[in-house]
Design a binder for this molecule. Structure first.
Ligand code: GUN
Ligand code: ZN
Length: 445
């Protein structure tokens, strides 16, 4: 997989429109037998096999995937790599869970060797799940960011990540200051933002752990570095919402805490937004900021039910992506995340169709991140990050698929029964980085 061209053959699915805002059935292109030609890490051509076969056959290697579906690599808009080692921590809701598990675990990332080992394992898990881009929280330690980006560079994955900013309401060992948080983040931006495929994300954890001065300093840093991202948490849990109201009594709502300092705008990602008001959704729409829907986490931590159809309302649509929120969330797989997203929507008396779901996991996530000009679709010029899903990955899936009448039924079964076993292969910048049939030696840790 050096310079030359190569191709993938199989069924493809790619969205060209937002099914929340237009006819879902007209929002995607499905080719039952396609060729995706890759050159220099990008998609050079994609079209029906019958049309392209003459120019491809014999002139380049072709990887054929029958009984599979090739999609753009999944996009995860909210995830914490240091929390990989604490998935499934028992029994608490958000604020107790942070103190009892998260803040204990994250202290281990003062050790760069630990950070490097977890980064590697984390990226392998993402790729095994078919996720090729993610917005990632590191810890307060600058070394945790270096370790992560170094690992991401080795895979050449397009990752968005940053150092957590936290100057209060956390253990001493996890606190920075307004000054050190600013300087450390600025140095990391200089080192990593735009290096290869890496993108920097200014990361104030949430308003409870950053003083007003630190939020202002984060906003200044973001203004000073156009093109960087900003990520934080918003209105996840009712106890948290009450605490924020006490900490910021002069703000009319939670979103306003961030907006008034300049932390709302394009390339801002707010995770959860479970308990947001209509005013907050309107403000989010006006700002061009994105929300990350994290259903496995919201159910696991008992946070509540995100209203995706309300957020995406056509008269003031908010950008929404899917997030796994490892380790509040319980799965790396976007298929498992969609399974839970469907149930959350059902409890809200709405119906997430397979078209809505797979849009969110691909082009919708890229749109939320302002990367939909290069990621999230199978189109010429797009970066060749692809996932090959196996429609017969388990005996039950194979059996169930025989009773599916059309593509949408197959996709819905895939997201209901599917998990990492359904990922046949993952390609990053055109290179195969994961192949289920050729498992590497077990990871040593
Ligand atoms: N709010 C502030 N920090 C966190 C975190 O690490 N995980 C989740 N789910 N919510 C948060
Ligand atoms: Zn989170």
């Amino acid at each position: 997989f050096g310079p030359g061209r190569h191709a993938l053959r199989g069924a493809t699915l790619s969205f060209h429109a937002d099914p929340f805002l237009s006819d879902p059935h007209a929002s995607y292109t499905h080719l039952p037998d396609a060729l995706v030609v890759i050159e220099d890490g990008r998609i050079a051509e994609a079209g029906p096999y019958d049309r392209l076969r003459a120019s491809v056959e014999g002139s380049m290697p072709v990887a054929h995937y029958p009984d599979a579906l090739i999609l753009p690599g999944f996009v995860d808009t909210h995830i914490h790599y240091p929390q990989t080692q604490m998935i499934g921590a028992f029994g608490e809701q958000l604020l107790e869970w942070l103190n009892k598990y998260t803040f204990v675990t994250e202290q281990q990332f003062a050790d760069p060797a630990h950070a490097g080992m977890v980064s590697e394992l984390f990226l392998r898990e993402l790729l095994r799940a078919g996720t090729t881009t993610a917005a990632v929280y590191c810890t307060v330690h600058p070394g945790s960011v270096d370790a992560f980006f170094q690992a991401s560079q080795r895979f050449d994955t397009r990752m968005i990540a940053g150092k957590v900013l936290m100057d209060r309401n956390a253990p001493e060992a996890l606190r920075d200051t307004v000054q050190s948080g600013y300087e450390d983040s600025r140095n990391l931006i200089r080192k990593w933002h735009g290096k290869g495929r890496q993108l920097y994300c200014i990361t104030p954890r949430f308003a409870a752990t950053s003083s007003q001065a630190q939020l202002e300093s984060a906003a200044r840093l973001w203004r000073e570095h156009p093109g960087t991202y900003m990520q934080t948490h918003l209105s996840e849990n009712l106890g948290e919402v009450g605490w924020i109201a006490e900490l910021f009594p002069d703000c009319c709502d939670y979103f306003e805490v961030y907006r008034r300092v300049g932390l709302a705008g394009p390339r801002a990602i707010f995770a959860h937004a479970v308990h947001v008001s209509e005013d907050e959704l309107c403000a989010c729409h006006r700002a061009g900021a994105a929300l990350s829907h994290c259903p496995t986490s919201n159910l696991f931590l008992g946070s509540g039910l995100f209203r995706v159809f309300d957020a995406k309302r056509a008269d003031r649509p908010v950008r929404v992506g899917l997030g796994t929120d490892i380790g509040g969330g319980t799965a790396f797989s976007q298929l498992q995340t969609l399974n839970e997203a469907y149930k959350v929507a059902a409890l809200n008396q709405t119906r997430l169709t397979a078209a809505h779901a797979f849009y969110l996991a691909t082009r919708g996530g890229a749109h939320a991140l302002y990367l939909d000009d290069r990621l999230g679709a199978i189109e010429p010029g797009y970066e060749a990050d692809l996932v090959v899903l196996d429609l017969k990955s388990t005996p039950l899936m194979d059996f169930r698929m025989r009773y599916c009448a059309d593509l949408m039924e197959r996709l819905f079964v895939l997201m209901t029964l599917g998990d990492d076993r359904a990922v046949r292969a993952t390609y990053v910048a055109g290179r195969p980085v994961y192949d289920r049939s050729r498992q590497p030696a077990p990871f040593r840790y």
